[in-house]
Ligand binder design. Structure first.
Ligand SMILES: NC(=O)c1ccc[n+]([C@@H]2O[C@H](COP(=O)([O-])OP(=O)(O)OC[C@H]3O[C@@H](n4cnc5c(N)ncnc54)[C@H](O)[C@@H]3O)[C@@H](O)[C@H]2O)c1
Length: 331
């Protein structure tokens, strides 16, 4: 049984805390957050001990693995502290908002450091199956990838202010999804729009973006993001190759369909947001982390994958601001 410390006890931590109930091989023994009530809330539900001392939790000799769920600005220091203490790390995305700091961390941790990044969508059963079938060669040579990702409703301007902006906070998942299929992206072109919340213009951020990416193989990808989709969380994937295409569609809360004089095949709106849509993915992510820890092999997505996705986010922002195509190698 792998014993974990969880650092940070907010929104995403509550979701990960639930995953421990689904996985026999993992036990949460400490949850640390400077906001004592938050730590106690998760501790009460899981049987873990609450603490306000993140470093103490990381260095606790009973702790073998650290799950970092604290704000992005804390990730680099906490990953370093956990690696220095000899612990395996599963860290939420993104590595940092500063590509320089993230790259320095990547360069300075030992090559055999056990670090995995929390790009949960790789573990969604539908997206994972598409990837496994592509790896087996079902589509032949890949030619095009389309990722559509729209949130149900905009985050508040207060959230956006500290989030790092749409590319580093939201599109980062889609950059990683593209790299799941096309790891070697060499060129990025992006445009942004402001059609939902004028407050974002002052924050120099966008509420929708479209990004085109070219890989070294010649295959291309498109990412479509919006901060608002009135019909629910819109999460779709299409992978197209010389021998066919695989698609993963949106998910509904139930299979009920309504038919009447003025409508057919009417359903509820899609699963509301990431906590609902990716609940299973978070559990599969934790299971994959524990399996790698116990079974050997390299952690994937790795810290380098985290830095690579961040590099694409920086390239996309440069492109959206300059109106030019950006070579990833120049970033
Ligand atoms: N993979 C995903 O789908 C996903 C979804 C949401 C958030 N995230 C990421 O998870 C991280 C946390 O986001 P959130 O929405 O849960 O934030 P949140 O604000 O809800 O929770 C963060 C918690 O961390 C605590 N904290 C602050 N500094 C700390 C420190 N030094 N040590 C320990 N705890 C500390 C805060 O008190 C708070 O309780 C962010 O990096 C975010 O990008 C990932």
């Amino acid at each position: 049984m792998t014993k974990f410390a969880m650092i940070g006890a907010g929104r995403i931590a509550a979701t990960h805390a639930r995953s421990f109930q689904d996985i026999d091989e993992a036990e949460l023994i400490i949850v640390a957050d400077p906001f004592a009530e938050a730590a106690q809330r998760i501790a009460a539900k899981t049987g873990a001990k609450a603490s306000s001392d993140a470093l103490g939790a990381i260095r606790n000799p009973d702790v073998e693995a650290v799950l970092i769920c604290s704000p992005t600005a804390t990730h680099v220091d906490l990953i370093r502290a956990a690696v220095d203490a000899g612990k395996a790390v599963l860290c939420e995305k993104p590595v940092d908002l500063d590509l320089g700091l993230a790259s320095q961390l990547e360069a300075s941790v030992p090559k055999d450091a056990r670090v995995m990044m929390g790009f949960n969508r790789r573990f969604d059963p539908s997206f994972a199956q598409v990837n496994a079938r592509v790896q087996k060669g079902e589509l032949g040579k890949l030619e095009q990838v389309v990722v559509i990702s729209r949130d149900p409703a905009p985050q508040s301007p207060e959230y956006v202010k500290t989030s790092g902006g749409i590319f580093k906070d939201m599109t980062i998942h889609d950059f990683d999804m593209v790299r799941f299929f096309l790891p070697d992206i060499v060129e990025v072109e992006a445009m942004g729009q402001n059609v939902i919340d004028p407050a974002l213009i002052e924050l120099e951020d966008f509420d929708g973006v479209m990004v085109t990416l070219r890989s070294a193989s010649g295959a291309m990808a498109t990412i479509i993001n919006s901060r608002r989709a009135v019909f629910g969380y819109d999460q779709r994937l299409e992978v197209f190759g010389e021998r066919g295409m695989l698609q993963a569609h949106n998910q509904l809360p139930t299979s009920v369909r309504s038919y009447g004089a003025d409508h057919a095949e009417q359903t509820e709106t899609y699963l509301h947001f990431f906590l609902q849509r990716y609940r299973e993915a978070y559990a599969c992510e934790l299971k994959a982390f524990v399996d790698t820890l116990n079974g050997g092999g390299s952690f994937s997505p790795s810290l380098s994958d985290g830095v690579a996705a961040l590099r694409l986010a920086v390239a996309a922002m440069q492109s959206a601001r300059s109106g030019r195509r950006v070579e990833v190698a120049s970033v």
